[in-house]
Design a protein around this ligand. Structure first.
Ligand code: EPU
Length: 353
């Protein structure tokens, strides 16, 4: 195990914020984690870094950064109903999606081009265009960052919800330590398994994909075709982090009661909303932010993307990047104005470090 000192994190976070890890270890397997836990670093706070596509760095990281870099992907097995695919946590998510399609194993195509790594995908239950990770998830292997013990979690043990899982919550101590549930900061995901059905059906329920289908009448709807449409829609709407630093959607879409929604419609009839199966209503946070006039605005070098108000971007590029403080100041200003106008407090999606 080799501990690197003063490592620049700018290449390792998709915002392109300049910050350093005071100490960093590259994890290429469970043994690297166990080596850390067996030595003096075991007493030091640890921070797990995947693809860095869902974090805002507000300063240098003092915790020992465990940068997940284990690679490999494979077909573990199949039966007459499905394929079981396994990928190591350090694999790039989009490359995994593309590879599975090339092998003839469809199912992940709606989640094409989501930045980040395989290991980060269950943490916030990534999703796009009507499919969430939990719909294709089988199980994962992780390592306990206190004991070094490896363990497996099935879907029902991950507490998946909209952009949420057991990995985003700290231990719940309300009922005593024995019922501690949250795994935030306590586990490092080593690999993830996906169950892909052999009875493939395209998921084209989202307006953007319906539009693509209407533009190409008669085109055969194959998994690769859906993949290409998703890539086209995302490229048109969302900034490529390689070109303009960002962390995807900065806020979650809030849910409200039908009464709250009726109240907002009364004042703003154009508000965009979706009915959820449980009777509640999800509002488009991008629309709320846009309605408050934030599109294209900036604080320092942090800005609101011109084509999608839900995405905050780094306008200073690599040479003159925004700071995490600027991003959070902008985020708080947006929260305040959305709250003042609609009475809704937006919740940020990325982890603030
Ligand atoms: N809208 C505006 N102005 C804006 C942005 C959006 O009026 O500036 C309106 C749009 O016209 C549309 C509605 O708001 O009617 C929703 O926008 P969009 O379809 O772009 O999707 P979203 O709700 O903003 C969510 C996810 C994305 C995911 C897409 C597609 C969240 C927080 N975001 O975005 O996920 O790709 O749906 O499924 O759930 C991410 O999490 O990083 C992410 C990109």
């Amino acid at each position: 195990m080799f501990v690197e000192q003063q490592v620049a994190l700018q290449p390792y976070n998709s915002f392109g914020i300049a910050a350093r890890a005071q100490h960093l270890v590259r994890v290429r397997g469970a043994d690297d984690v166990r080596a850390v836990l067996a030595g003096p670093w075991a007493q030091h706070p640890l921070f797990v870094l995947g693809g860095g596509s869902n974090i805002v760095l507000t300063g240098d990281v003092r915790a020992l950064v465990l940068k997940v870099e284990n690679r490999g992907r494979r077909l573990l097995g199949e039966n007459d109903k499905s394929w079981l695919i396994e990928a190591e946590a350090g694999e790039n998510w989009h490359k995994l999606v593309h590879w599975t399609l090339m092998q003839g194993w469809p199912g992940l195509e709606n989640m094409a081009l989501i930045p980040g790594t395989v290991g980060a995908s269950p943490v916030q239950n990534i999703g796009a265009y009507g499919v969430e990770l939990q719909d294709r998830f089988d199980s994962l292997d992780a390592i306990d960052l206190q004991s070094g013990r490896e363990f497996q979690l099935r879907a029902d043990q991950c507490a998946f919800a909209y952009r949420d899982s057991v990995f985003k919550h700290g231990p719940d101590t309300r009922w005593g330590a024995s019922s501690a549930m949250g795994l935030a900061g306590r586990a490092l995901i080593l690999r993830v398994r996906f169950r892909l059905s052999k009875r493939w059906r395209p998921e084209l329920g989202y307006q953007d994909l319906e539009r693509k289908r209407a533009e190409h009448p008669g085109a055969p709807i194959t998994p690769l075709q859906v993949f290409e449409w998703v890539c086209e829609v995302r490229r048109a709407k969302l900034p490529d982090p390689e070109v303009i630093g960002n962390a995807g959607s900065f806020f979650k879409n809030p849910t409200v009661t039908p009464e709250q929604c009726a109240d907002i419609i009364g004042r703003d009839p154009k508000v965009v909303f979706y009915h959820l199966p449980d009777g509640r209503i999800k509002l488009a946070a991008g629309w709320l932010i846009d309605a408050c006039g934030w599109k294209g605005k900036s604080i320092g070098h942090a800005g609101v993307y011109e084509r999608q108000a839900l995405v905050l971007v780094n306008r200073g590029g690599r040479n003159n990047p925004c700071t995490g403080g600027e991003v959070m100041t902008l985020a708080r200003a947006i929260q305040t104005s959305v709250y003042e106008r609609f009475g809704i407090m937006l919740e940020p999606e990325p982890v603030v470090v």
